[in-house]
Ligand binder design. Structure first.
Ligand code: G6P
Length: 363
């Protein structure tokens, strides 16, 4: 059952649609009974007491999840950096107080494994966050944390991104609780409430139908831009990556504040700007969207209702109100659907895009 398309026209569609289930699996049994701390096997409380900094190494979509995870840790006051694995080498300082986390769906990506080896030989403690039990990354790491997303057949990663984000957020909470000198996480109950509601919120997004309409409306555009800030930034670059992978259309993701430093030169009435807003940022992202709109670009808000972006936007991809740490995940599901419906209308080979492989085992 798990490896058949069933009633769906593509594996990717099935994998997007089943995210309420895969996320419930990722969360299952991993929240402590008090509802405010993680219960994360194999990491009992105190596991990371000696850790001073975290580095993530990953490629492609997994890199975007890693970047999201690093943001959450930084917000909690823990030094964290994400590296594209192909750019990681022994010039990057590590020591025994450094936790290096490889984020890799397959556990077999050559660049990620090489970066991981490099970190281990520098003395770092290593954790693999992966979907595949028995994968090379899981075997080579000091410890492995499984995302339990089930098999992902479509080349473009969808459900594994969402599950990576959830598992990395739990890992971030574990590390933050263990490390001394770090202030306790602000209102953890609010986060865990939202986490328990997440499968339901994802279902709400999946059942909306606005992504299909928006995909249709902007078909034939010259290019597709995605912007966001904070946790919205990894979502913007992931949205653009998914879009280019499966539609073959020109798509780019930018930090919202960087638009004015170059990309605005590309903006025209034929370049929709998908604006991811994950929380209250004092309206700066709205201002950035307005800068593009003044040059004629249609603005598509990817946000919860009632945000100021709604007053500006020409169209919207709505998400339910959630916790700011999880809103980006919900926004990303809307962008997965947007890419899927656009690619479907264009008749693309959605499950096996040209020139791409599910797992890249060469450097
Ligand atoms: C390939 C796939 C991507 C994936 C990347 C990293 O490029 O096409 O979808 O994000 O590898 O894969 P990993 O298995 O390490 O997450």
């Amino acid at each position: 059952e798990e490896t058949s398309k069933g009633e769906y026209p593509h594996y990717m569609r099935k994998e997007i649609e089943m995210q309420d289930v895969s996320l419930a699996n990722a969360i299952q049994g991993r929240i402590d009974d008090d509802g405010t701390t993680p219960d994360l096997d194999p990491f009992p409380p105190g596991t990371f007491a000696a850790i001073e900094r975290i580095q993530f190494v990953a490629c492609g979509t997994s890199f975007h999840a890693a970047k999201y995870g690093a943001q959450l840790l930084n917000n909690a006051g823990i030094p964290a950096q994400s590296f594209r694995a192909s750019e990681y080498d022994d010039s990057i300082p590590v020591d025994e107080q450094t936790l290096v986390v490889a984020v890799t769906q397959s556990g077999e990506t050559a660049d990620t494994l090489r970066a991981f080896e490099c970190a281990a030989s520098g003395g770092a403690r290593t954790v693999a966050v992966t979907n595949v039990v028995g994968s090379t990354a899981a075997r080579e790491a000091d410890d492995a944390l499984f995302i339990r997303a089930g098999p992902e057949i479509g080349v473009a990663a969808t459900k594994t991104f969402s599950s990576q984000v959830v598992v990395l957020s739990l890992l971030a909470h574990r590390v933050s609780a263990d490390v001394a000198d770090v202030a306790p996480w602000d209102d953890p109950a609010a986060f865990y409430d939202a986490l328990e509601r997440l499968p339901e919120d994802v279902r709400t997004v999946l059942d909306r139908g606005d992504a299909e309409r928006v995909a249709e409306e902007f078909l034939g555009s010259d290019a597709f831009f995605f912007i966001g800030r904070g946790p919205g930034y990894p979502v913007a670059i992931e949205g653009a990556l998914k879009f280019k992978e499966i539609t073959y259309e020109h798509a780019e993701g930018f930090a919202a504040g960087e638009l004015k430093h170059g990309p605005l030169a590309l903006v025209t009435p034929r370049t929709p700007v998908f604006t991811v807003v994950t929380g209250d940022d004092n309206g700066t992202t709205v201002t950035n969207a307005e800068e593009a709109q003044t040059r004629g670009a249609p603005i598509v808000a990817v946000s919860a209702p009632g945000h100021r972006i709604d007053d500006v936007a020409d169209a919207s991809l709505q998400i339910p109100a959630s916790h700011p740490d999880l809103a980006g995940l919900l926004a990303n599901v809307q962008l997965q659907l947007l890419s899927y419906h656009t690619a479907d209308r264009l008749g693309r080979a959605i499950d096996k895009p040209r020139n791409l492989a599910k797992s890249v085992t060469v450097e």
